[in-house]
Design a protein around this ligand. Structure first.
Ligand code: SF4
Ligand code: SF4
Length: 56
């Protein structure tokens, strides 16, 4: 399991800049986390301004 970005994402890009393993990229209408790369550090969730990133 990995952290997940929900529909509330406003595509600000903040999370992608905070991920230490570059698991986050811009997807179709929102940002997405690659579950094969995410190491579940939680840094992204703590920095999302709209709380769109949820823990596994
Ligand atoms: Fe990246 Fe950590 Fe967020 Fe996973 S939990 S996407 S490793 S910042
Ligand atoms: Fe979307 Fe939150 Fe990431 Fe911004 S920080 S791109 S709103 S998931």
């Amino acid at each position: 399991m990995a952290y997940k970005i929900e529909e509330g994402c406003i595509s600000c890009g903040t999370c992608a800049g905070t991920c230490p393993v570059e698991a986050i990229s811009e997807g179709d209408g929102k940002y997405e986390i690659n579950p094969d790369v995410c190491v579940e550090c939680g840094a992204c969730a703590g920095n999302c301004p709209v709380g769109a990133i949820v823990a596994p």
